[in-house]
Design a protein around this ligand. Structure first.
Ligand code: PXL
Length: 276
C-alpha cells in the first residue's frame, strides 16, 4: 500500500512543544510521512516572555516551488500557526495546487486563547484567516477562534451548547464538513469538545479538566485528529482518541510539575497512537 503524506504548514519552534515539533512526530507515529512547510521560525513560542521570531513569508514561495517542480502530491494538508497575513494567500495557493479529490485539508485557525489573540496576530490577519476557512474539510478552533472567525464578542466566554451549535452551523456554511470546537470549559471541572459534522447530529466529547491550561494542547489534538481521520477513523472517533490522548499527557505534566508553557509531554505516550 502506498504510504500517505501530509504537508504540515506551521511554524518551527525550538522550545515549548508546539507546532511542527509536535505535529511531525505525532503524524509519523501514525505511519504518515510528515512534510514540514515552515511559516516562521521561533526559538520558543509566543507565550514565553522572550522569544526569537523569524517570519518565513519571504522564503515560502521558493520553498514551495520545489514541491511543485517535484510534482509532489499530498493525502493531507494541515495548517496551523501563520506568521503574517500574506501567508494566508500562500497557504491558499498551496491548497489550490496540491489538493486533489481525496486530499484532506485540516485548518487549525491558531489565533488566540481565553478571549485574547496571540501577540503576533493583528486584526488584518484575523480577517485573512476567515478566507482560509472555506478551503478546510476539517476546522479545529477553540472558543476564542470560533468567535473571532465569526466576529462574535467573546465576552466572558460563556456560551450555551445551542449557541455553539449555531456558530458551528454558520461556519460550516462557509465550507468545512467537520468542525470541532476544542477546550470549552464546562462546569469548572470538565472540558468539552463540541463536534459538528454536516448533516449529522452534533456530538460532545467530555474530558476531565486536569490542573492548569497548557500551551500546545491544541497542536496535539489537531494533529492526532488529522492522522487518525486520514487513516480512516470517523471524525467523532478521531476527536475522542485525540482528547483522551491529550488528557493523558496533561495528567503526566501535572504529576511531574512540568511548567505550563513547556507544552505536553506527548513523547511519553506516543506509542499509544501506533496503528497496525
Ligand atoms: O500552540 C499554538 C502556537 C503555535 N505556534 C506558536 C505559538 C503558539 C501559541 O502560543 O506561539 C509560535
Amino acid at each position: 500500500m502506498k504510504q500517505k503524506k501530509m504537508a504540515l504548514i506551521n511554524d518551527i519552534t525550538g522550545f515549548g512543544r508546539c507546532s511542527v515539533a509536535v505535529t511531525s512526530p505525532i503524524i509519523s507515529t501514525m505511519k504518515i510521512q510528515a512534510v514540514a512547510v515552515p511559516t516562521a521560525i521561533l526559538s520558543a513560542h509566543t507565550q514565553f516572555e522572550e522569544y526569537f521570531f523569524d517570519d518565513y513569508t519571504p522564503k515560502m514561495k521558493e520553498y514551495i516551488q520545489t514541491y511543485k517542480n517535484l510534482n509532489l502530491d499530498f493525502d493531507g494538508i494541515a495548517t496551523g500557526f501563520l506568521g503574517s497575513k500574506e501567508q494566508v494567500d500562500i497557504v491558499i495557493d498551496f491548497i489550490k495546487t496540491f489538493k486533489k479529490e481525496n486530499t484532506m485539508v485540516l485548518v487549525d485557525p491558531v489565533m488566540g486563547d481565553y478571549g485574547k489573540l496571540y501577540e503576533t496576530y493583528t486584526k488584518k490577519m484575523c480577517d485573512k484567516m476567515k478566507n482560509l476557512v472555506q478551503y478546510a474539510d476539517i476546522l479545529t478552533p477553540n472558543l476564542t477562534e470560533l468567535c473571532t472567525l465569526l466576529d462574535i464578542d467573546y465576552g466572558n466566554g460563556e456560551f450555551s451548547i445551542e449557541e455553539i451549535g449555531k456558530m458551528c452551523m454558520e461556519l460550516a456554511g462557509k465550507g468545512p464538513e467537520h468542525i470541532v470546537v476544542t477546550g470549552i470549559p464546562f462546569h469548572k471541572k470538565q472540558i468539552m469538545n463540541y463536534i459538528y459534522s454536516k448533516d449529522e447530529e452534533a456530538r460532545i466529547v467530555m474530558v476531565d479538566r486536569i490542573g492548569v491550561d497548557r500551551s500546545g494542547t491544541g497542536d496535539v489534538i489537531s494533529s492526532v485528529i488529522a492522522g487518525k481521520y486520514l487513516n480512516g477513523h470517523s471524525f467523532y472517533d478521531s476527536v475522542k482518541i485525540a482528547a483522551s490522548f491529550a488528557s493523558k499527557c496533561i495528567k503526566y505534566c501535572e504529576e511531574n510539575q512540568v511548567p505550563e508553557h513547556w507544552g505536553l509531554c506527548f513523547e511519553m505516550y506516543l506509542k499509544d497512537l501506533l496503528e497496525d
